[in-house]
Design a protein around this ligand. Structure first.
Ligand code: ZN
Length: 301
């Protein structure tokens, strides 16, 4: 994805993994061979490995440079994390940090780190390992998290601790969330009070529950154009023409489908740029309707 200009706002993709491959059935348990076969008409090998029934995702942040704020949306898996439940995110050692520096932004330039939801592939680079200690990667940033999301994760972690259980979520809480609470950099917003929260002029957070209870998407308006950063309200473009395809991790699959349907239908024929948090490159697209299905226009420049 090339840097995207919406008036005086620029959005860059900062890549952690440009190919994150899952068996289609593992990502979407109710996917059918018909759905997979049908998508050959509009999706190519950048998104689907048809021979092996695998779907290709990406993992990246979106960096929003607005006139008065620099905002990083989601911080991927992070390096050196103990995440044994999914092998492809366990003990990663990627170029993400260098890729961020390559945009010309330094960690101390980030004003806001916005987490769409508290899953391990969305908040890892909140921190980095310095002298065997997890410290905030972005020393001057406020880390914004939905209070709904934090409360749910904290009650999950407390329950697991009582049982003496350790898993990817408890590890994530310890290495990627607790350090930003300790440093005083956490700032909560609450979508139960306001379903839309303003980050700065023309950049808003919007409640999009279903994948998780406190999940949010981000709306950016500028220069007469609109964009939406999806978070995990949608995982893969195959869902555009199969909106009821639930992800295995959706905490409320019916609500997730309702949210995804609303989000995507609002984008049809409106020239809204969809920035898929897990879409492999080119990642950004608009969608328009034809008589039988949706048509994708991938933004290649
Ligand atoms: Zn995710």
């Amino acid at each position: 994805m090339h840097p995207l200009k919406l008036g005086d706002i620029q959005i860059d993709r900062v890549v952690e993994l440009d190919r994150w491959v899952f068996p289609a059935k593992k990502l979407f348990p109710n996917i059918t061979t018909d759905i997979l076969a049908a998508c050959q008409e509009w999706l190519d090998e950048r998104f689907v490995d048809f021979n092996n029934a695998q779907l290709i995702l990406g993992v990246h942040s979106f960096l929003i440079r607005a006139p008065k704020k620099t905002i990083l949306v989601d911080t991927c898996n992070g390096n050196h994390r103990h995440r044994p439940s999914i092998r492809t995110r366990h003990q990663l050692n990627t170029r993400y940090y260098t890729n961020l520096l390559d945009t010309g932004v330094r960690p101390e330039d980030i004003d806001i780190v916005l987490t769409t939801h508290l899953h391990p592939d969305h908040c890892g680079w909140n921190t980095r390992l310095v002298n065997h200690e997890w410290v905030p990667t972005f020393p001057k940033a406020k880390y914004l998290i939905n209070k709904v999301e934090l409360e749910e994760i904290e009650s999950f972690v407390v329950a697991r601790r009582k049982k003496g259980e350790v898993n990817d979520i408890t590890e994530m809480y310890n290495d990627s969330v607790l350090p930003i609470i300790t440093s005083g950099q956490l700032q909560l917003f609450d979508t139960r009070q306001n379903t839309r929260c303003c980050l700065c002029q023309d950049v808003h957070v919007e409640s999009t529950p279903g994948h998780s209870t406190g999940h949010v998407a981000i709306r950016v308006n500028g220069g007469g154009r609109k964009a939406v950063i999806t978070g995990d309200a949608i995982h893969h473009p195959i869902q555009f023409n199969a909106l009821n395809l639930a992800n295995a991790s959706d905490s409320n699959p019916l609500l997730a489908t309702e949210t995804r349907t609303r989000l995507i239908r609002e984008c049809i024929d409106t020239n809204t740029i969809i920035l898929g948090t897990h879409f492999a490159g080119p990642t950004a697209c608009t969608i328009s309707s034809t008589s039988s299905q949706l048509k994708f226009n991938w933004l290649t420049e």
